[in-house]
Design a protein around this ligand. Structure first.
Ligand code: AQP
Length: 360
């Protein structure tokens, strides 16, 4: 191999309540990429169990995320769609990365602090080591591009740090075994030949961080106890309209320029949602709605949200009634994913020095 093959990897956790943030920040962005490079979209069930999941609900939610992928327009013939636990290389590489990553790196992860809160002593070890598994998800495919929301930025930086440390620690073995690829970014910290790519985060556009409809300073999130804080992908038209009507705003009219959104978190969020759903920039949205009150903007936003989300909602419901068809997609995807990850892990074992005795 003379260079890394361009390859996309991303995932969504099957933890229920898929919302507009997951759609705009991640799933909708997966769709065009499937025509640009080999794309692997995973339902990350191993990540989901870092906090307690009811087993039957986990199975249902795994199918629901798959249905959302399909309903959004991901074509399982083009992209690989599967659930993480069906490809054992994720867990194996994660263990190796547990031994590469440093405690200090993980202690800096803000998502662990947010999720564990004051109860860190009672959090699972898996929740703490979650970013190592995420690095393994990406690097088991030597993926070069990862489209995610802004909340994953720190984890992707850690993925690069893990790749870099592995490349450095095993520099000699990588060369000796002839498994290196010329490093596109050589530096004094990074050898000329590397095994794992330094993955590019793809965090761009107006929807990298959709905020709660009840608090413009809080991320829209599956685990927010208030259902009014998010638009779920399973919400019907009336519910979407009700939630947008109740969304928190301020008393002023919308500004005509993007600068005027500064300090107005809720207004900024609603304009960002409109921009992302319509494929326009925030500046374009404000040139249309600048000077108008929320009483005029909110109905326009509701109409757009329903127009974009209702067909997807209908298709998800249809797909969820055919569990066997969803499971077939996941099985086929898992086989194709394994065909990529198995040889990578075979090489990793040789690099690390694990003896693979032949069993008869
Ligand atoms: N609010 C958001 N805006 C934009 N993108 C978002 N993503 C999540 N929330 C937003 C992106 O969705 C993808 C899948 O996320 P995940 O399922 O892996 O989990 P998460 O980021 O932990 O999602 P939540 O909703 O915030 O769950 P909880 O409440 O459990 O913490 C990722 O690409 C993510 O960036």
């Amino acid at each position: 191999m003379t260079t890394f093959q361009s390859r996309v990897f991303s995932g969504v956790q099957p933890t229920g309540n898929l919302h507009l943030g997951n759609y705009l920040g991640a799933i909708s962005r997966f769709v065009p990429l499937q025509d640009q490079m080999e794309s692997i979209y995973c339902v990350v069930d191993l990540h989901a169990i870092t906090v307690w999941q009811d087993p039957a609900e986990l199975t249902r939610a795994t199918r629901e995320v798959t249905a959302a992928y399909l309903a959004a327009g991901i074509d399982p013939k083009k992209a690989i769609i599967f659930n993480q636990s069906q490809v054992r290389e994720h867990a194996e590489l994660a263990w190796i990365f547990n031994c590469v990553a440093r405690m200090g790196w993980l202690k800096r992860m803000t998502q662990f602090k947010d999720k564990a809160g004051k109860h860190a002593e009672n959090a699972s070890v898996g929740l703490f080591a979650y970013p190592n598994l995420m690095a393994a998800d990406i690097l088991a495919y030597r993926a070069t591009h990862v489209p995610v929301g802004d909340d994953q930025k720190q984890h992707l930086e850690l993925t690069r740090d893990i790749a870099q440390k592995f490349n450095n620690d095993f520099d000699e073995q990588i060369k000796e075994l002839g498994l290196g690829v010329p490093n596109p970014e050589p530096s004094h910290e990074s050898p000329e030949e590397i095994f794992f790519p330094l993955t590019e985060p793809m965090i761009a556009g107006p929807a990298t961080r959709i905020m709660s409809l009840r608090d413009g300073n809080k991320k829209m999130s599956k685990s927010d106890p208030s259902d009014l804080s998010r638009i779920n992908l399973t919400d019907d038209a009336d519910t979407i309209a009700k939630k947008i009507k109740k969304a928190k705003t301020d008393p002023d009219a919308l500004p005509s320029e993007v600068d005027g959104l500064e300090g107005r978190a809720e207004a900024d969020n609603l304009v960002g949602i409109y921009a992302a759903l319509s494929g326009k920039s925030k500046a374009d949205v404000l040139s249309e709605f600048g000077g108008q009150q929320f009483s005029a903007f909110k109905p326009a936003l509701s109409e757009l949200a329903v127009e974009k989300l209702a067909p997807m909602n209908g298709e998800m419901t249809r797909l969820m009634n055919d569990a066997a068809a969803i499971d077939t997609v996941l099985k086929d995807g898992a086989e194709r994913a394994s065909a990529i990850a198995e040889p990578v892990l075979h090489d990793v074992r040789r690099i690390v020095g694990f003896l693979e005795a032949r069993r008869s």
